[in-house]
Design a protein around this ligand. Structure first.
Ligand SMILES: [Fe+2]
Length: 496
């Protein structure tokens, strides 16, 4: 068995290598343009202590590092589906980890932040994050996969000061549902008992946990947050995120006026004031002793709104953030929680991984509406099925048809032919989820859409195939050019 005390000591040793940062911004290089944002921040006398930058091309990240040599940078990774029991067998896993380590090195990153979520499972692909199964087996797999990634970072990381970036696992948002058999904070306890990773606590994600679990019917938000934080491994929280929330564009106006709105994670949207109330509660928690930074996540947000919100947050929170991050460097002991009785095997047996692969296959089929809800992980979801129904019937079709590339705009000629033949585009959604598919390349939702749409047209309207292939060729060319052009303004917005 893994000794949790030993893991905690290893975490402490790694944490010591990260200096306190204070308040920062989590950004995308292109949306909005980072250099323009930095210029406008300076004009307003604002100087974030650090920027956490989202994955981009290594060339572009190198340019940023060279242009801003004095500012600390951290890295927001993407595409390592560490929730998945078969991820290490993927032909692209080593390549993806290698690229990620190269990017960490090129920006001399403080840490690697990665969501505890996936966009691919059991051969099915999605456009936006889907939360893991919250089960003990799943926690064990996440811990094992993180250990493998951290080992690669230990071996190949090369920061000039000789330190190694730390893997930070971010608790993901819920988009209307969560499946599992254990409480979400306990899941993160299990993971952190097994692997010396840090955590990112995203305040908006925490709100969605309240909204899309039974909690919102049972208790006040304040009590939920208190109980959640008391069970969550707060001593591992290295970074806090705060971002906007909003109703999804596919949700009708009637839902917007509800007592508790159906908000989901939305980085372009304003930060609702309720999140600052939760932030106060989080910062006051006595076990928050490892904090190194608090970042507003502002990718896709207008620069004007970023300036306004960041100035306000600095005014309101910089002092308490400074005090809290200082707490983390004095070696103050954290109050131990009563340990949960359950434990996880040190090394997951093969049958455990296979079992979880099956669970994820069913997960993908359930949330895409191919099979009915069944099994212990889905009991709570079944008790309030409207959330999953909204995801399956509204959110997911919108994702496949419009998000990260609107099919009608991508394929104007092909879509016209399909319409003439009475083929509705919505039929593409069940086609997409009809069967699992082997991975042909590292995850890229835009390229997947192109591949699958040509297959759909070939099957449903064979005479339109040539047209679809021609339109695909133009799309691929434009996409490749946009991703290689050095000028960031020319970069096509990636699908996040
Ligand atoms: Fe976040």
């Amino acid at each position: 068995m893994v000794d949790p005390d030993f893991v905690q000591q290893d975490f402490q040793r790694r944490l010591k290598m990260i200096s306190s940062q204070g308040m920062g911004l989590s950004v995308d290089l292109y949306s909005p343009d980072l250099f323009e944002l930095v210029k406008k921040l300076r004009e307003r006398g604002l100087q974030p202590a650090y920027f956490e930058v989202f994955k981009a091309t290594t060339t572009a990240l190198t340019t940023v590092r060279q242009a801003m040599p004095d500012i600390a940078l951290a890295y927001h990774g993407e595409g390592l589906w560490i929730t998945q029991p078969d991820v290490q067998e993927s032909p692209f896993f080593q390549q993806d980890v290698g690229e990620m380590v190269a990017q960490l090195n090129c920006i001399q990153s403080l840490w690697l932040n990665h969501e505890c979520a996936m966009k691919q499972m059991a051969g099915y692909s999605f456009g936006t994050y889907v939360p893991p199964l919250y089960t003990p087996l799943s926690a064990g797999v996440v811990a094992e996969n993180i250990a493998v990634v951290q080992q690669s970072m230990d071996r190949q990381g090369s920061r000039m000061d000789g330190t190694v970036p730390l893997f930070l696992l971010e608790m993901p948002p819920l988009t209307y549902f969560a499946a599992g058999t254990i409480p979400i904070p306990y899941f993160f306890q299990l993971v952190t008992q097994l692997v010396p990773c840090g955590l990112v606590l995203d305040i908006g994600h925490l709100w969605t946990v309240y909204r899309y679990t039974a909690a919102y019917r049972q208790m006040s938000l304040e009590r939920f947050v208190q109980e959640f934080l008391d069970e969550f491994p707060m001593e591992r929280v290295v970074e806090i995120h705060v971002a906007g929330l909003a109703c999804h564009e596919s949700v009708g106006e009637s839902k917007r006026g509800e007592r508790l709105p159906e908000w989901i994670d939305a980085h372009a949207a304003p930060i609702p004031s309720i999140l600052f109330t939760i932030l106060e509660q989080v910062l006051a928690h006595s076990n928050l002793v490892s904090l190194r930074g608090v970042a507003l996540e502002v990718d896709t947000k207008s620069i004007e709104l970023i300036l306004e919100e960041y100035a306000e947050v600095v005014r309101r929170f910089s002092r308490v953030v400074q005090q809290t991050t200082a707490r983390g460097t004095t070696g103050e002991p954290w109050a131990a929680r009563v340990p949960h009785p359950a434990s996880v095997q040190e090394k997951m047996c093969r049958s455990g991984r296979q079992q979880l692969c099956d669970h994820y296959g069913r997960y993908a089929q359930i949330i895409s509406g191919q099979v009915p809800l069944a099994g212990p992980e889905w009991q709570e979801v079944a008790a309030e099925e409207s959330g999953l129904t909204r995801y399956r019937t509204v959110y997911l079709p919108h994702e496949i048809l419009h998000w990260g590339g609107d099919l009608a705009q991508m394929y104007p000629l092909t879509c016209r032919t399909l319409a003439e033949q009475g083929i509705c585009l919505t039929e593409f959604v069940p086609f997409w989820f009809r069967s699992p598919r082997p991975l042909m390349h590292s995850y890229d939702f835009f390229l997947l859409k192109i591949e699958r749409f040509v297959e759909f047209v070939t099957e449903r309207a064979p005479e339109a195939r040539v047209c679809a292939e021609q339109e695909s060729e133009m799309l691929r060319l434009a996409y490749a050019q946009a991703n290689e052009v050095v000028d960031p303004m020319m970069e096509m917005e990636h699908t996040r």
